[in-house]
Design a protein around this ligand. Structure first.
Ligand SMILES: *Cc1c(COP(=O)(O)O)cnc(C)c1O
Length: 399
């Protein structure tokens, strides 16, 4: 049986029932744990203003949205959120979806299809991979962050586009490059400036998934494109409302033309009930916090934690210490079993950080994945490194 095989390979997974709100301190199985696995990077999921906004939306607009946005579900909180998002990201317009996953699926399918080319980094999130497979365009994958290979594929796609066999009446084939700003399992960043230069040179569109960067990269905290000064050159800016923005849902920011096209063509938008008004209102409140001093203070605190963790790890277990590129800090272990053993030892010490294994990452590249948030204390961050040092030391001598 399929499940038996999964168990045999040490890949069985379980849902953990958490009996406390989302926070750096969580309770499950009747025990408290320090949580280093949340994407609630700024501690907004439980922020009083965000919770109040959700409660008020329930009082004013009810629990449900009643229908898809294009029928009668386009409630005021959704419009408000989209105005706030466009202002936050500095784009003409924005559109929200029920999740980041639905955003990728609907958007990619609306932009490219049969006859077009979609080019993705090998390590992009499953939502983009699934969307790329479904959309009908020719799919090409480049080695993670490898600009030479990306250029080779772009050149091929461009040549194919100008091939004389095409009928003159046909629409000019599109080329869409999709990558992530911070890669969700490795925590490293895409070389955005180089990618922007290449996509401009070959007349391709660029879609950037800012799931793990929105809220704490760049001087406006808009994401990696903000930090790298290329926001104006990203054709399709994607993100989720469920990570640093503390709520749930996904978004696209871009030109009015892009958003108008998505309203008509993104199937996960057109054929799905609008998100609940509470989710939209919570995200709206969270973005407003990110845009003001609270966001500045919390993101500085988050980056200080990242520097503290990585500097201390580099001093104490250099062979496995992560780079300070983002709050996603993978500790490489290797074998699947060794990684689950290490996670179990962390858990014995009251620390929850998951072992990330195949199929999320390639076989034999299992790791512990720590994510830091601004809601952690300095003492909690230091404690995590202390415990990790104990776990990593015997692994180093094994090698
Ligand atoms: C989490 C994530 C998504 C999906 O967003 P959801 O809102 O959770 O559906 C998409 N892309 C990346 C890179 C992610 O990490």
């Amino acid at each position: 049986m399929e499940l038996a095989a999964i168990r045999e390979h040490g890949l069985l997974r379980q849902l953990r029932r958490i009996d406390s709100p989302q926070s750096p301190r969580i309770t499950f199985d009747g025990r408290r744990y320090l949580n280093f696995s949340s994407n609630d990077y700024l501690g907004l999921a439980g922020h009083p203003s965000v919770c109040d906004a959700a409660t008020r939306a329930v009082a004013n607009y009810g629990a449900g949205s009643g229908s898809a946005r294009l029928i009668c579900g386009s409630l005021a909180p959704h419009h408000q959120l989209e105005e706030t998002l466009a202002a936050f990201k500095g784009t003409e317009a924005a559109l929200t979806f029920s999740s980041g996953y639905a955003t990728a699926l609907g958007t990619i399918g609306a932009l490219v299809g049969r006859g077009d080319v979609i080019i993705i980094d090998r390590l992009v999130h499953a939502s983009v991979v699934d969307a790329a497979r479904l959309c009908g365009a020719k799919l090409r994958v480049f080695v993670h962050n490898d600009m030479t290979q990306l250029e080779k594929i772009l050149r091929w796609a461009d040549t194919r586009r100008s091939s004389p066999s095409r009928t003159p009446a046909a629409r000019r084939p599109r080329i869409l490059v999709v990558t992530e700003s911070v890669f969700s399992m490795d925590g490293d960043c895409a070389p955005l400036r180089n990618i922007v230069e290449l996509k401009d040179r070959y007349g391709a569109w660029l879609m950037l998934d800012e799931a793990h960067a929105t809220g704490f990269f760049g001087s406006h905290r808009r994401g990696l494109a903000d930090r790298d000064g290329v926001s104006g050159q990203i054709d399709v800016q994607m993100g989720t409302l469920g990570k640093a923005l503390g709520a749930s849902g996904g978004y696209i920011c871009g030109s009015q033309v892009l958003i108008d096209l998505l309203i008509h063509r993104a199937r996960s938008f057109v054929f799905s009930t609008a998100p609940i008004p509470a989710a939209a209102a919570a995200a709206d409140a969270a973005i407003k916090l990110v845009m003001n001093d609270f966001g500045k203070v919390q993101s500085e605190r988050l980056w200080a934690h990242v520097r503290r963790f990585t500097a201390s790890a580099a001093a104490r277990f250099p062979a496995r210490s992560p780079a300070p590129s983002s709050p996603i800090l993978p500790i490489p272990i290797g074998a699947e079993r060794a990684a689950t053993d290490a996670a179990a030892r962390l858990s014995d010490r009251g620390i929850y950080a998951p072992a990330i294994r195949y199929p999320t990452v390639p076989r034999g590249e299992a790791r512990l994945r720590f994510t830091l948030t601004a809601a952690h204390t300095e003492a909690e961050v230091s404690h995590a490194v202390d415990v990790l040092a104990e776990i990593c030391r015997p692994l180093e001598t094994d090698q």
